[in-house]
Design a protein around this ligand. Structure first.
Ligand code: ZN
Length: 197
């Protein structure tokens, strides 16, 4: 093999590599776009409603959980509650330190005394990010998709995400949890979006 041919092959290889990366990136962007188009946005009344207890742990519920996990990943989210896709049932999915979790009929049974303020975003609030103070550690109890009792001790980001998602099931959004100035700023950012929809 001559140097020339070698270089040429390298060029071609890099080129194909770039093209593949580009194709993957645009496929990801397309999937994200589709996922976000099914996530209800601020102003949708379903985001302000309380979801009802899940009573049957059947195949339909398992299918819903799978769909929610897929949507969460496609949307680049770290949590998704059923209200956010227009389903008023008490189920949410979240990323717990790299692991996908599903929890049904969740309840916080213990909250640590230590509080932490950190910025949160929400798939239903566009690019809005707001500081929210929450307990750093919680114990959350509920059921898995098969109806078996589930208890999780969570801290840090996992605890924060679980509290954010549980809020959704009660119709509570992070604009309700932030300070007055941040809320005012967020609402002025969200209002023009409403006029467009
Ligand atoms: Zn949210």
């Amino acid at each position: 093999m001559s140097d020339h041919e070698h270089d040429h092959e390298d060029d071609e290889y890099d080129h194909e590599d770039d093209e593949q990366e580009l194709a993957e990136a645009s496929e990801h962007a397309a999937r994200r776009h589709v996922a976000l188009s099914v996530v209800r946005q601020y102003g949708d009344p379903v985001l302000r409603m309380r979801a009802g207890e899940v009573e049957s742990f059947d195949g339909e519920l398992a299918g819903l959980a799978e769909r929610m996990v897929r949507l969460m990943h496609d949307a680049d989210g770290i949590g998704l509650a059923a209200n956010q896709i227009g389903i008023l049932r008490r189920i949410f999915v979240f990323n717990d330190d790299g692991e996908d979790r599903v929890i049904v009929n969740p309840e916080i049974t213990k909250s640590g005394n230590e509080l932490e303020t950190s910025e949160e975003g929400c798939l239903s609030l566009g690019s809005v990010r707001l500081p929210v103070e929450r307990p750093l550690e919680i114990t959350i109890e509920g059921r898995d998709v098969a109806g078996e009792p589930l208890q999780l001790g969570l801290e840090g980001l996992s605890a924060r995400v679980a509290q954010h998602e549980l809020d959704h099931l009660d119709g509570v959004l992070l604009i309700d949890r932030t300070d007055a100035d941040s809320r005012r700023a967020a609402l002025s950012q969200l209002r023009p979006r409403l006029r467009l929809s």
